[in-house]
Write a protein that binds this ligand. Structure first.
Ligand SMILES: Nc1ncnc2c1ncn2[C@@H]1O[C@H](COP(=O)(O)OP(=O)(O)OP(=O)(O)O)[C@@H](O)[C@H]1O
Ligand SMILES: [Mg+2]
Length: 243
């Protein structure tokens, strides 16, 4: 008798590389719009509120209180737009590359979340720019990996390593925490190639890395979790021999 296909939960459709690219473009577009347009409009709003506050207009106690609240709200919105647009598309990534963007991102997380974070980057990765897509995928893995540390692990500290792997043909990004570990149910889903039981993050990281020809590994225990993404580096073209 022929083997019957096992009854699996239906998988989520695997998004194509084309869709990831569109998503990155959308993120970039929204981030720029927020930074260049919405932020500027908020600055104008705050200036106008400031003018009203400084003016001689006699405001009753209620209006004075409402004006103070508007100024606070405008400040909070400006702060949120700044954080969100940086999260969507970090400005340093395009201009200064992965190392600078990661350093800045970790600084922000340290301040905002009080996580103890250590970043170790070898000379090669500090010096060299990688193709844009490779830098973007590695940055997204760090972003999602650290978001999981913060939300799920309970760990107060994490280490991020970025280096050229020993075989020199791959980039290696590793994120290690000291938390509770990934639940067995989620690990089974990852190991059997099904989409993660609860969320989209690990699935998204795995797919992005796989589409770039790399591998993504999750090792976990009660002592913590290690994520390792390994991605092929572009081969340098040999320069033409001198005539
Ligand atoms: N570092 C970690 N430590 C402990 N558990 C983790 C860690 N990372 C992931 N998990 C567990 O694996 C699950 C799946 O993670 P995943 O990132 O795929 O989804 P999510 O974080 O729940 O949602 P999303 O990323 O879509 O917002 C999490 O819900 C959590 O239970
Ligand atoms: Mg997640």
């Amino acid at each position: 008798m022929a083997d019957m296909p096992s009854r699996k939960r239906p998988e989520r459709r695997r998004p194509s590389e084309h869709i990831w690219n569109l998503e990155e473009e959308d993120r970039r577009h929204i981030a720029l719009k927020l930074r260049e347009s919405t932020s500027q409009e908020l600055v104008a709003l705050k200036m106008n509120l400031g003018v009203i506050k400084q003016s001689d207009a006699r405001l009753g106690p209620q209006a004075t209180k409402a004006l103070a609240e508007c100024l606070t709200l405008a400040d909070e919105c400006a702060h949120e737009i700044h954080s969100f647009s940086h999260w969507l598309y970090p400005p340093l990534l395009e201009e200064f590359g992965l190392f600078s963007a990661l350093r800045r991102y970790l600084e922000g997380l340290r301040k905002r979340c009080g996580l103890r974070l250590q970043l170790t980057v070898d000379d090669y990765m500090q010096r060299e720019r990688l193709p844009k897509k490779l830098e973007t995928v590695l940055f997204r893995v760090a972003q999602e990996g650290l978001s999981n540390v913060r939300l799920h692990s309970g760990s107060a500290a994490a280490e991020v390593e970025l280096q050229r792997a020993a075989n020199t043909r791959e980039a290696l990004l590793r994120i290690r925490d000291h938390g509770c570990g990934v639940p067995a149910k989620v690990m089974r889903a990852i190991e059997t190639g099904r989409t993660a039981a609860s969320g989209y993050g690990i699935f998204g990281m795995t797919e992005r890395v796989r589409q770039m020809g790399g591998t993504f590994r999750v090792e976990t225990s009660k002592q913590g979790t290690i994520l390792t993404a390994t991605l092929p580096l572009p081969t340098k073209r040999k320069s033409a021999p001198a005539r």
